[in-house]
Design a protein around this ligand. Structure first.
Ligand code: GTQ
Length: 352
């Protein structure tokens, strides 16, 4: 008969054994706590625009873009002390009228969601991408990028990056462009007119081999029109209302391999059901106000606020007004899916 074994020994013997192991840099696995499910170090958190904006603007009074290669405030989750979420950064950057921000590249994948301004631009691998409030502009891993503000008002935007993931994987490289700024191609980035044709793609092109979308810019105008059109004809998701993913038009996959981007509309008065997933999420409120319940904690939000929902935390959204609310979000779903670690679970009683 085979069975599990049980051994007689004194506690002193065991303690002496453990002490000897420690000297050898060894550790007995059976003494290590192994939780049944993840518990994020990150905590549910909201940064209110009313507190953020003045502090970001103050940075622009104190440091120039010569001194600060990126004039950025890092929204820091009190639980992790690096970035807004466990694998994601959600930073706020400001560029004043007439300023340029030097060109560089890094392995960190990045995106900008424009919050305020008129007509700055980012040059991504030579493509000049105009930045209009509400637009999403992506700067994939290892792409050269520099920013500029050629308007007469400050530009503020949300930077989303996979910084903490890159740090954890120890794959961080960075490089300065040999010049201050890249020579931009004539005219604006044309990826919009090439790829945003309702499912039609240039047939003379070989399928791009890059792991990111060939479309660098996703205007809010199109996203909002799609949200409103779908809100008029469909219920959407039980957990997220009418939610759309920004996708690679060629593959239908996420915009970048480590970061997924979404935009959602919560109807006036909508109160979603609660669920949780292993991916963490940073939300930016494009318009409207309400609150999100995260593991029982109420995060109140209004326009331009940023909130962090840790992985495997139950969350449900409530639009407290009678007008639609629109939320932009970035998540690490693509990274977790690719590794086979994505899981999702509905709350057992619908709501918390
Ligand atoms: O604009 O390239 O928030 O390199 C952090 C690192 C923005 C940028 C950030 C960066 C950038």
């Amino acid at each position: 008969m085979l069975k599990r074994s049980s051994i007689q020994r004194s506690n002193e013997e065991l303690k002496a054994y453990f002490a000897d192991l420690a000297v050898q840099n060894l550790r007995p696995l059976w003494t290590v706590d192994q939780p049944k499910e993840p518990k994020s170090k990150a905590v549910p958190y909201v940064w209110h625009w009313r507190d953020l904006r003045s502090r970001v603007m103050r940075a622009a009074e104190l440091v120039g873009t010569e001194e600060a290669e990126r004039r950025v405030l890092v929204l820091t989750n009190p639980g992790t002390q690096w970035g807004a979420a466990n694998t994601l950064l959600a930073n706020i950057q400001v560029v004043l009228p007439g300023e340029t921000v030097r060109a560089h590249r890094h392995t960190n994948a990045a995106l900008r969601f424009i919050i305020e301004g008129k007509s700055g631009y980012t040059v991504v691998d030579g493509q000049r991408c105009p930045m209009i409030p509400g637009d999403l502009v992506i700067t994939p891993s290892w792409s050269w990028h520099d920013h500029a503000n050629d308007s007469d008002v400050p530009m503020l935007w949300l930077d989303g990056l996979d910084g903490p993931l890159v740090r954890m994987l120890e794959v961080g490289f960075r490089e300065d462009y040999p010049e201050e700024i890249q020579p931009a191609c004539e005219g604006n980035d044309n990826s919009q007119s090439r790829y945003a044709s309702g499912g039609l793609l240039p047939a003379w092109e070989a399928a791009p081999s890059t792991p990111h979308t060939p479309m660098y810019r996703y205007p809010l105008k199109q996203a909002k029109a799609a949200l409103e059109r779908l809100a008029a004809q469909e219920t959407g998701s039980l957990y997220d209302g009418v939610i759309l993913e920004y996708t690679n038009p060629v593959t239908g996959g996420p915009v970048m391999p480590t970061i997924g981007c979404y935009i959602q509309l919560l109807r006036g008065g909508e109160h979603t059901e609660a669920h949780r997933h292993t991916s963490c999420v940073c939300y930016h409120v494009v318009e409207g106000s309400g609150y999100t319940l995260v593991d029982g904690q109420r995060l109140e939000w209004e326009e331009k606020d940023v909130l962090s929902v840790p992985g495997w935390a139950f969350h449900e959204h409530v639009n407290t007004t009678d007008r639609p609310a629109v939320l932009f979000s970035l998540t690490d779903i693509p990274a977790k899916r690719a590794l086979g670690y994505y899981r999702e679970q509905a709350h057992y009683s619908g709501r918390q």
